[in-house]
Write a protein that binds this ligand. Structure first.
Ligand SMILES: [Zn+2]
Length: 89
């Protein structure tokens, strides 16, 4: 059996989307991980056991369902992490 948190996948993809036009903030790997962690802690986990093929159609489905929540949590996470990076500038 394979367990997968769909939310993690969706949040990761959405963050890439939101950060691709941002040149004003740090988007290094460490900051991205912090942002993902922050957002995931504010979203309901969606664990599903599934075969590989099914995962991707479910991600689309869930992505639509939770788009507003995910965007809101990610926007907040980006703000929090970018204003207080965990590393030296
Ligand atoms: Zn950084």
């Amino acid at each position: 059996m394979q367990l997968k948190n769909y939310m993690e996948q969706v949040v990761t993809e959405k963050l890439d989307d939101l950060l691709k036009d941002r040149t004003d903030i740090c988007t290094c790997k460490q900051c991205r991980t912090e942002m993902i962690t922050h957002a995931l802690n504010n979203l309901p986990p969606r664990y599903v056991s599934s075969h590989q093929g099914e995962i991707y159609s479910k991600i689309d489905e869930m992505s639509t369902q939770y788009t507003a929540d995910i965007s809101r949590c990610l926007t907040n996470a980006i703000k929090v992490v970018s204003s207080n990076p965990r590393h030296q500038k």
